[in-house]
Design a protein around this ligand. Structure first.
Ligand code: ADP
Length: 181
């Protein structure tokens, strides 16, 4: 099974991914390669950045996710992140539609674990994320747009976890969902 952990910055994805790794699950993340992360830190042009995110995902899918899909693999972020953030950054623009079109050809994960948290709580947990949001407006409003876009993509393959609870309760609920699949 291929599982994607999603949620706005500060929702606890990385914390949960580490706990799942400690429990013996195979865990990976996006952006996958170190080179991608370095390129993204230098690039400024929005279309180029979006394409780099997409290329990293293609590589990650072929080299890491597909070979482990049957045994089980959990990724911290997947294509849903790119779609939700591109929408919050660029609105319903040609750039956003390009991002949608590119990702439309990629497989959906079998399950999306969506860590749902209010932007206010996420900003309290991880204050640094305010700076990343600033170019696109007020941080609370930016992350609310990201959250709403995520929620608009949710279907029967998504589970929504109340991420404002303790780490232990979140992990327990997620382990319970995973064990039933
Ligand atoms: P993300 O990967 O979604 O950006 P992180 O896992 O990095 O989120 O968590 C953001 C911050 O919140 C970290 O400092 C982390 O220790 C803390 N954190 C994670 N989960 C919880 C939780 N359930 N309750 C309180 N703080 C949390």
């Amino acid at each position: 099974m291929f599982v994607a952990l999603e949620g706005i910055d500060g929702s606890g994805k990385t914390t949960l991914a580490r706990a799942l790794l400690d429990r013996g699950y195979s865990v990976t993340r996006e952006p996958f390669s170190e080179v991608t992360r370095e390129i993204l830190s230098i690039l400024r042009e929005p279309l180029a950045k979006e394409l780099v995110f997409y290329l990293d995902r293609l590589y990650h899918l072929e080299k890491v996710i597909k070979p482990r899909r049957t045994k089980g693999i959990i990724t911290d972020r997947y294509k849903y992140s790119q779609i939700a953030y591109a929408y919050a950054r660029y609105g319903d623009s040609s750039l956003y539609r390009r991002v949608l079109k590119l990702n439309a050809d990629l497989p959906d994960s079998d399950l999306v674990v969506f860590l749902d948290i209010s932007p206010e709580e996420a900003l309290k947990r991880k204050p640094g994320i305010a700076e990343d949001a600033r170019p696109y407006g007020k941080p609370e409003e930016f992350f609310m747009k990201v959250r709403e876009k995520y929620l608009s993509m949710a279907d029967e393959h998504w589970i929504r976890i109340n991420a404002e609870r303790s780490r232990e309760n979140i992990l327990k609920e997620v382990l319970n969902c995973l064990s039933k699949r």
